[in-house]
Write a protein that binds this ligand. Structure first.
Ligand code: THU
Length: 132
């Protein structure tokens, strides 16, 4: 996707990673995404003394998305403290699919991927609406 500035998106993820609150794992994560209306949203992981309450970087990214005007995500990247690309965890793939524009591209450790490639046969709102 030539119109996506992946270097700028990664730089936004690195800037977010530097704001990480991760005193328990010491594993800082930053995520950034381009929105359908051209904004860049980002987030960092936020840990808690009650470990299970930890918010992944993707959680604060989705919060940023909604708090700054909503829309859908068209391109996504995530980095670790060494500024290397990191895969979103399984829970966060589920979180992302709900806010992904059709055709959203993720930068991954094995190249550019679609949401369907990283979360095949996703469970979505459509299942609820069809079977509810
Ligand atoms: N983490 C994220 O922020 N995103 C992911 O997709 C993978 C894991 C965070 C959660 C925790 O703060 C730390 O990485 C170690 O698991």
């Amino acid at each position: 996707m030539s119109e996506i500035n992946w270097d700028a998106l990664r730089a936004a993820a690195v800037a977010a990673m530097k704001k990480s609150y991760s005193p328990y794992s010491n594993f800082a994560v930053g995520a950034a995404a381009l929105t359908s209306d051209g904004r860049v949203v980002s987030g960092c992981n936020i840990e808690n003394a009650s470990y299970g309450v930890t918010l992944c970087a993707e959680c604060s990214l989705v919060s940023d998305l909604l708090m700054t005007g909503g829309g859908k995500l068209v391109a996504f990247t995530c980095v670790d403290a060494n500024e290397n690309v990191l895969m979103p965890c399984g829970r966060c793939r589920q979180l992302l699919v709900e806010h992904a524009a059709p055709g959203m591209i993720l930068e991954t450790i094995s190249g550019m991927k679609s949401m369907a490639e990283v979360l095949p046969d996703a469970f979505t709102r459509e299942e609820l609406e069809a079977n509810g």
